[in-house]
Design a protein around this ligand. Structure first.
Ligand code: ASP
Length: 598
């Protein structure tokens, strides 16, 4: 017996359907028996509707209805009716209606699920991920994935409308230098050789420009073998964009318009302006290259004043070439001893050795370090960070980068604990003029901050000849035509104008310490392509998962990825990564050895 094709989704039943016969298919959410009536909530992708099985009117289905259990899959035929006034449920979209069932077919039975398929079920994340299909069946979690689809479609429509062409690039490819570890795939046909999964389609999108496509985009998976954090995954999706003959302004304005479209799609009020600040300004004011500007607590540099005190902590850092920086937390002069100790814990992961605190309380300056700093200089330090009566001044003495990182972390700590972010506010801004290189003490050389294909600013190009192995070389001064888009303190996109000239590219490879042979071996195909007429080009990539997470107001990137991995890189549903059969390893000419053995 078959009831025929579905006529409606449960969640869409409305006034216009009154009196009509409908066929619905979906899951039993719950069943209530009330004497001669059985009520069943039927759930499908679009929502829930109440079914009524009446012993008097349809005795032929009444008995079977009594056997229905949660998550059974059923098909029903019935007539849409008004609920009586007392039975109406204003909290349900279909709460004024019910379907009086005349035919019922059980399409699949279900065992009792490990957790209730309900939005408010309290479930551990591990269990959710193990039974992800049940977790995704929960209406709110289902809605997140549907919302992701709409954001993706809006992106495609917008970019297609702007003349961008979606082009697929390979997954089995050569290593791309985005700064992370590659995932390698052994080649069976060429034993001992490996493909790398792309950390991004960077080189291919540039080659699409050489190929004359002019405007490229792709919603694409990228793979980076990194240690995971709350907002990272080993595989993630980028909105990847590249265009020929751009200026920085053209790319930034396109990216802003795309961001605005996505804000609108998500129903989030977009900020009116998208300011631009330089990397140097971001570090100076916020101690961070992706600042959350929704609250103040800006940083000040107080090295000169601090250097004039006899305080060993300050002196030591300054003599070692470091700085003293600080910030003011208004109204927090009453912070407890425990609260202050907690601040040292906040800065520890950033390499901070400690936080020096001074308070203006009851007309006096107080603080454990006051006796070392002295009353006068302490007042000057507090003035320099803008601390008035009732305020707390916090200072960190260290290298510039560490001091910035520590104070940046303290800003975020206070924003959270003092609830400084106005609800519903979103700040979008550009950070640009990034340094082209950063010094790696581990490798004793300069590394690319973005990637080695980023164009250095024209007026800084003479500095590219600096010594690649000297931390004080002119390479440290070179700025890149690179830009990041930051939303509420999260980097949601980043890109650059690319190097399209072989001579500049060679210089940059040289600055990164690659010999001509190494550059040829790694990126020869790109350098070769550049010999045949390369248009100036540039682009950007948005982290689609992260952006979706922020726009939907989720706490974890895993909430917006259909089948995510845990922070330790496991898929709890499939059990990957897993062992493979000896035969598969043999075919790949791979022999395993115990970790640590020779
Ligand atoms: N490929 C870069 C990244 O994934 C983005 C870009 O430069 O367009 O970060």
């Amino acid at each position: 017996m078959s009831l025929g094709e579905r006529t409606h989704y449960a969640g869409t039943i409305g006034k216009d359907d009154l009196g009509r016969e409908v066929i619905l298919k979906g899951w039993v959410r719950r069943r209530r028996d009330l004497g001669s009536l059985v009520f069943v909530d039927l759930r499908d992708r679009e929502g829930i509707v109440q079914l009524v099985f009446s012993e008097d009117r349809h005795p032929e289905v009444f008995g079977a209805a009594k056997d229905l259990r949660p998550e059974f899959v059923i098909a029903v035929k019935g007539v849409v009716e008004n609920r009586t006034a007392k039975d109406m449920n204003p909290h349900m979209a279909t709460g004024a209606f019910e379907v009086e069932v005349s035919e019922l077919e059980v399409l699949a039975q279900a065992e009792t699920p490990p957790f209730a398929v309900e939005d408010d079920a309290l479930v551990s994340e591990d269990l959710r991920l193990q039974y992800r299909y049940l977790d995704l069946r929960r209406p709110f979690q289902n809605a997140r994935i549907v919302a992701r689809h709409h954001l993706a479609q809006r992106t495609r429509n917008f970019l297609s409308g702007e003349g961008f062409i979606e082009i697929e690039t390979p997954f089995l490819t050569k290593s791309t230098p985005e700064g992370a570890r590659d995932f390698l795939v052994p080649s069976r046909l060429r034993p001992g050789t490996f493909y790398a999964l792309p950390q991004s389609p960077q080189l291919f999108k540039q080659l699409c420009m050489v190929a004359g496509f002019d405007r490229y985009f792709q919603l694409v998976k990228c793979f980076r073998d990194e240690d995971l954090r709350a907002d990272r995954q080993l595989e993630f999706t980028q909105i990847d964009i590249e265009m020929s003959f751009p200026t920085e302004d053209l790319i930034m304005s396109l990216a802003e318009r795309l961001a605005m479209e996505l804000f609108e799609e998500a129903g989030v009020t977009a900020p009116l302006e998208v300011p631009r600040i330089t990397y140097a300004q971001a570090m100076d004011r916020y101690g961070c290259d992706k600042p959350d500007t929704r609250f103040g607590l800006e940083l000040a540099t107080v090295t000169d004043i601090a250097g004039g005190t006899g305080f060993g902590v300050f002196k030591g850092a300054i003599e070692a070439g470091g700085v003293v920086r600080g910030l003011c937390v208004p109204g927090q002069s009453g912070i407890s001893r425990k609260g202050l100790d907690g601040l040292n814990v906040v800065v520890k992961p950033y390499g901070g050795k400690g936080v020096v605190s001074l308070m203006r309380r009851d007309g006096q300056i107080v603080g454990a370090a006051l006796k070392h700093i002295g009353e006068g200089p302490a007042g000057a330090l507090l003035d320099a960070v803008g601390a008035k009566e009732g305020d707390l001044g916090l200072f960190v003495a260290d290298t510039f980068d560490t001091a910035c990182a520590c104070l940046g972390a303290l800003r975020l700590h206070f924003a959270k604990t003092l609830n400084l972010v106005e609800s519903g506010r979103h700040d979008l801004l550009w950070v640009h003029r990034f340094p082209m290189f950063e010094w790696s003490p581990e490798e004793s050389r300069w590394m690319a901050r973005h990637h080695p294909f980023t164009m250095p600013r024209e007026e800084h190009r003479p500095w590219l000849d600096g010594d690649p192995h000297d931390p004080a070389s002119s390479l440290g001064k070179v700025e890149a035509l690179a830009y990041d888009l930051v939303l509420d303190g999260n980097e949601i996109g980043g890109g650059s104008i690319r190097i399209h000239r072989g001579d500049i590219q060679k210089k940059v490879f040289g600055a990164l310490g690659f010999s001509a042979e190494e550059a040829q071996e790694k990126f020869g195909f790109l350098l070769d392509a550049f010999r045949y007429g390369t248009p100036p080009h540039g682009g950007i990539a948005f982290g689609f998962d992260r952006l979706t997470m922020l726009l939907l107001g989720c706490d974890s990137i895993r909430d917006v990825i259909p089948f995510p991995k845990t922070t330790s890189g496991l898929c709890l549903m499939t059990g990957s990564p897993g062992r493979v059969e000896e035969k598969q390893l043999d075919e790949l000419s791979i022999a395993l050895r115990e970790k640590g053995s020779q």
